[in-house]
Write a protein that binds this ligand. Structure first.
Ligand SMILES: Cc1cc2nc3c(=O)[nH]c(=O)nc-3n(C[C@H](O)[C@H](O)[C@H](O)COP(=O)(O)OP(=O)(O)OC[C@H]3O[C@@H](n4cnc5c(N)ncnc54)[C@H](O)[C@@H]3O)c2cc1C
Length: 460
């Protein structure tokens, strides 16, 4: 007899579990439950639809119900999982009960809603899902001034998108610098200068305390530094793991608020990891690959990799999910901002005193048209082991961040990185990569001490 696999959540974590299990076996009935209307779409593409670069939200949708039905997978939309009975092995929803032999919890995150006056006014948006993005797009049509609260990666991608739509854009950030969870102040100032030159107003060191309304709609943001008139607000101050459903079933949360799992991504209840319930995606706690402490991942790329681990374990392969170093790239206009590992602040919070170096270079040979400045920062611990990197340029960021991701997770040192062999071709690189230069600076090899012949320097 077939077993029953039930997946709660049809995001980048939930759906790949179902697809991957089905690709390998027909031994399961597979039901995927989502409380939303839309599924199998790319949330990461939302800012690019808002900016007009991608024509329509429809372009973000990858597959429909029919595709999954053809795979013998049933996706139940607008179906809210209300409780999980782990003894009877049943998920109760607003549309009936789903018995399971194997359960996967992939409920993602929900936006953090601060307890401030007026936060529920019309015109104040919290956007994470496609439904919310469509709502926001409607509101945008009647708005000239848009205020974004929170200068993280998503908030700033959206700020630039609004600017592309010729809106007056104001970003309010509580901290003294923007993108503070991934960038150090010296790197974030590059992004800030770019945003300012794009006509975006950035107000830092400022707390939002309330919203005011006129005619039932938001009309002003009240801050610690005064009142700002606005037609619309996007709250982008972070998310929290969406774990109440699991927690009410007795499944344990960790110090970060995410669900605790073992390395096979099985959840824990009453101190024991459960053999038939897995969790994956942004709702779970993971181990940071630099600090080796629990942390959360806000990345879709991590969610998909976890989904594949869960699928393999359901299929009987004993696969583990390793600690993460979270390589990520944001695109703001034509600026690529990459980060991996920890920044200085996160390092210090975890008891690591970082040493750091910054190198600037060109993305193409000096004489080659359209080369861009690339700024590379690398951080090491006291043993010169790589712990983080931040890279900003108008091209060439992703590949470098991904290679540093591998190096950080493998414990490579600045001395090893300084000796790395890199390829060279004038249209896409300089002879000595800025990553290598940053590593050389860190270990005290300055440009004067380079032993390479003059003919091989970066102007080749
Ligand atoms: C604007 C934006 C841009 C982004 N850009 C990037 C990027 O460039 N790169 C990147 O790696 N990541 C990016 N992300 C993050 C990425 O989208 C998330 O990491 C990813 O969506 C997490 O996947 P998930 O499946 O864990 O959760 P989600 O995508 O949040 O999915 C959760 C699912 O659970 C369902 N659910 C929750 N509770 C219940 C319930 N009680 N009953 C039934 N169903 C329930 C929901 O309906 C949904 O289907 C971006 C996110 C946004 C919003």
């Amino acid at each position: 007899m077939r077993k029953r696999l039930v997946v709660i959540g049809a995001g980048p974590a939930g759906l790949p579990v179902a697809s991957q299990v089905r690709k390998e076996t027909d031994q399961f009935d597979i039901d995927v439950i989502t409380d939303r209307q839309y599924f199998s779409y790319s949330p990461c593409g939302i800012p690019f639809v808002i900016s007009g670069m991608i024509k329509s939200f429809d372009n973000l949708i990858m597959r429909g119900k029919k595709h999954y039905e053809d795979m013998d997978i049933f996706v139940h939309t607008n179906t809210l999982a209300e409780s999980i009975d782990t003894d009877k092995q049943i998920v109760n929803t607003n549309r009936g009960s789903f018995p399971y032999d194997v359960l996967v919890i992939a409920t993602g995150v929900k936006p953090f809603v601060p307890p401030i006056r007026g936060v529920d006014l019309k015109g104040v948006y919290f956007m994470y899902s496609l439904e919310e993005a469509i709502e926001l797009e409607r509101g945008l049509k009647d708005s000239n001034t848009v205020t974004i609260v929170g200068a993280g990666a998503i908030g700033l991608e959206m700020a630039y998108a609004f600017r592309k739509r010729h809106k007056d854009v104001i970003v309010i950030e509580r901290s003294p610098h923007i993108m503070g969870s991934i960038l150090d102040p010296d790197m974030s100032s590059i992004v800030e200068d770019y945003l300012l030159s794009s006509g975006i107003t950035i107000i830092k060191d400022t707390e939002v305390t309330a919203f005011e309304s006129e005619n039932g709609k938001v009309s002003a943001v009240i801050t610690s530094k005064g009142k700002i008139k606005t037609d619309m607000v996007l709250m982008s101050i972070g998310v929290r793991p969406n774990v109440e459903l699991a927690a009410e079933a007795g499944i344990e949360r960790g110090v970060t608020g995410g669900l605790v799992t073992d390395s096979s991504l099985r959840v824990r209840k009453n101190g024991r990891f459960m053999s038939n319930i897995y969790a994956c995606g942004n709702c779970i706690e993971v181990i940071g690959g630099v600090t080796f402490r629990p942390t959360l991942s806000g990345l879709g790329s991590t969610a998909v990799r976890q989904a594949l681990t869960v699928a393999e374990n359901i299929l009987g392969t004993n696969t583990v999910f390793n600690p993460i170093v979270s390589p990520g790239v944001s695109i703001i206009g034509d600026l690529e901002i990459g980060a991996v590992g920890v920044n200085s602040k996160r390092a210090i919070e975890n008891g690591i005193i970082p040493k750091e170096s910054i190198a600037k270079g060109l993305t193409r040979a000096r004489y080659f048209p359209k080369g861009e400045i690339i700024t590379v920062k690398i951080l090491v611990d006291k043993n010169y082991r790589l712990i983080g990197s931040q890279i900003i340029s108008k091209e060439g960021v992703k590949g470098r961040i991904d290679s540093l991701s591998f190096m950080i997770s493998r414990g490579v040192t600045a001395h090893q990185l300084a000796l790395i062999e890199t390829s060279y071709v004038p249209p896409v690189s300089s002879v000595i990569d800025p990553i290598t230069i940053a590593a050389r600076k860190l270990i005290g090899i300055t440009r004067d001490k380079f032993t390479m012949p003059e003919s091989m320097d970066n102007s080749t």
